[in-house]
Structure formats: structure tokens, C-alpha cells
Design a protein around this ligand. Structure first.
Ligand code: GYE
Length: 341
């Protein structure tokens, strides 16, 4: 008697849990299936986007640009994944896009190496891969269709050329100049390109001493920490080259806390990259000397590339987005107002 009753309670319990699970996951599964059926009926293009993380203002703007481009209204179904700076998460996301048989894969590779195998899997599945923002280092370039992003080497050169001109203006082009570099994610295209570009110009000037270059991962917290270390180690720093605005914000805090000043009238010149709105405001007020723009608005370019692929048009291997260089002289009210990130 006792056994029978407890048996009944267990069965009722199991039933209850099953019903609950069905309500929680089953209905979700049905809506997912329904949605996918609708996507097929509407003939929408399914795009899997693997974003590398959310480390910076640039990245947030880049993500928004993609999400605003691949909308239902534009004829797309977007599957978005944030890899939180880990290559293994990106690899997982790409493989899940392959198994879902998306129409296109778009991804912003956190570092340049280590993509061959997964790209070959995508190629075998006949899914075109488009690189966004950063590039990959692969022997077989047919593993991706095209890359939409920035010319990082040129950005680095622009920074070097600005410093050349500035030192001439200040009549300091013969004096020795001490430089420290806050570098972005080790092995990323933006870190590699900006370093190569700046070093090419620095190499022409015997009086430029790059005291040290250290990775600060494109984040403000790390930028502050690494800059603090530099300030403790080197007494005479004339120039900070910071490979993105977020690291710059941290570095400026560290410099000010050490009692030194920055910018146009300060002890230490600041060269930054990205040109997000809050950095441009600092350029306008003379806190940052120069900001080399890196344009995160790549969604529209990606839409155009997919349009071309859909109509069978030939695409180029690389598309560069438009980018400017900002100093106090050319940051206008209008530019500040227009900047949405
Ligand atoms: O400069 C930085 C970001 O790869 C261009 O990555 C990008 C860089 C950008 O997090 O802020």
C-alpha cells in the first residue's frame, strides 16, 4: 500500500517535470522551428556572424553596425555570437554555423593564425566565408572569399608621419625622442599592422627611441596598468603610441596620477587609434594629440559584398573602409555631432 502510493507520487513528479520542461524548452523549440520555416518561406539569407568580443568602443560600434545591416527588413536572418576574446569560442561558433548550414559566415578573427582547418570545413560545406575587420594568415587564400576592414599598416604609418611633422614643427626633429607603445591583442591584424606601419617610419629616424612595446589587450584597464609600469620604469617618456582609444583612456589616467601632463600643451604626446566620440572630444580639447581613425561601420560594406555574391558578380579579395586622421585642427562640432559611437 505504502509502496504503491509513493510510486504514484514519483510518477506524478516525473510527469510534472516533463510538462514543465516541455513548457520551457519545447515551446521554444517550436518557435525556433517556426521561425526557421518562416525564414525559408521569406527567402531570407541566413548569416552567421562570429564577433571576437566586446573589448572596446570600436567593437561595440562594429557589432551595432552589423546588427543594423543584417535585419529582417533587409532580407536577412542573423545568427550572432560573441566569442569573448577566445579563439576556441570562435572556432565553436564557426562549426555551429557550418552544422546549421547558414548561407554565409562572417567573422572577425581575434588573431591571425590557427584558422586553416575550420575554414577548410566551411569550404567543403560550400559556405562562403567573409572576414570582417581583421584578417587571417592562411596559405590558401581561397579559404575565404573576401575581407572588409581597415588598412592597419597604413594606419600605423599615418601615426608615424604625424609624429615626423609634429617634431619638425616643434624644432625637435634632431633631439632624441623617447617613445613607448601600448599594443593591442598579440597576434591580431590590428596590432601587427599598426606596429609594422609605425616601425617603418620610426626606422628612418635615429633619434626616435622605442623604449618598449607591451601588450595591453585593447582595454582601458590594461592600458592603465601597462602605462603605470612604463612610468615607473622610464623617467623620460615623450610620446605614447596607444594602439586604440580604450587603452589611451587608461594610459592618460595613469599619466595624470603620476603628476605628469598630456597632450598639446603637456609633457607627453599622445597618439591614439580608432577615433570614437569620447576620444575625439579629447582631441578637440588638446588632451590627445592625434587620433588615427579606424572605421567600425562595416555593415553597409558587408551588405554590398553579399549583394554582389548573390548576383554572381566578381568580388575583390580586400575592401578597405574609409578613414581619416584627427587633430585639434580638424575635429569640428559637426564631426562630433555626427559620431554615434
Ligand atoms: O582598433 C580596437 C579593437 O581590430 C580594428 O580592435 C580593430 C581593433 C580596434 O578592439 O579598438
Amino acid at each position: 500500500m505504502f509502496h504503491k502510493r509513493s510510486y504514484g507520487v514519483v510518477v506524478a513528479g516525473i510527469l510534472f517535470v516533463l510538462i514543465l520542461m516541455f513548457i520551457m524548452f519545447g515551446s521554444r523549440l517550436f518557435t525556433d522551428i517556426e521561425e526557421m520555416n518562416q525564414v525559408e518561406k521569406d527567402n531570407r539569407i541566413v548569416v552567421g556572424v562570429s564577433q571576437l568580443g566586446s573589448e572596446s568602443g570600436f567593437r561595440t560600434a562594429n557589432t551595432e553596425s552589423v546588427q543594423n545591416a543584417f535585419t529582417k527588413e533587409n532580407g536577412y536572418f542573423l545568427i550572432y555570437n560573441n566569442a569573448r576574446q577566445r579563439q576556441e569560442n570562435q572556432l565553436k561558433a564557426l562549426r555551429s554555423f557550418i552544422s546549421q548550414r547558414v548561407d554565409y559566415i562572417i567573422f572577425s578573427p581575434v588573431v591571425e593564425t590557427g584558422w586553416e582547418t575550420v575554414l577548410r570545413e566551411a569550404k567543403e560545406a560550400e559556405i562562403p566565408v567573409i572576414l570582417m575587420d581583421r584578417n587571417v594568415d592562411v596559405e590558401d587564400e581561397s579559404l575565404y572569399v573576401t575581407c572588409v576592414g581597415s588598412n592597419f599598416e597604413e594606419e600605423g604609418e599615418k601615426a608615424g608621419r604625424w609624429l615626423e611633422r609634429e617634431l619638425q614643427k616643434r624644432n625637435r626633429d634632431q633631439e632624441s625622442v623617447n617613445i613607448v607603445v601600448l599594443a593591442g591583442t598579440e597576434g591580431s591584424s590590428s596590432q601587427i599592422g599598426r606596429t609594422v606601419g609605425f616601425d617603418a617610419v620610426a626606422g628612418k629616424h635615429e633619434n626616435w627611441n622605442i623604449l618598449e612595446q607591451k601588450c595591453a589587450e585593447f582595454t582601458s584597464t590594461k592600458g592603465k596598468e601597462v602605462m603605470r609600469g612604463f612610468l615607473r620604469k622610464y623617467r623620460d617618456i615623450d610620446v605614447v603610441v596607444s594602439q586604440n582609444d580604450d587603452m589611451t583612456f587608461g594610459a592618460i589616467e595613469a599619466i595624470r596620477e603620476s603628476g605628469r601632463t598630456v597632450g598639446v600643451d603637456g609633457d607627453i604626446m599622445i597618439i591614439s587609434f580608432d577615433a570614437v566620440e569620447s576620444a575625439l572630444e579629447m582631441v578637440a580639447e588638446g588632451t590627445i594629440n592625434v587620433d588615427i581613425e579606424c572605421n567600425p561601420n562595416q555593415g553597409e560594406y558587408l551588405l554590398r559584398v553579399i549583394d554582389m555574391l548573390e548576383t554572381g558578380e566578381q568580388v575583390e579579395k580586400q575592401y578597405y573602409v574609409e578613414e581619416d586622421v584627427f587633430t585639434m585642427e580638424n575635429v569640428t562640432e559637426e564631426i562630433l555631432e555626427e559620431r554615434s559611437y
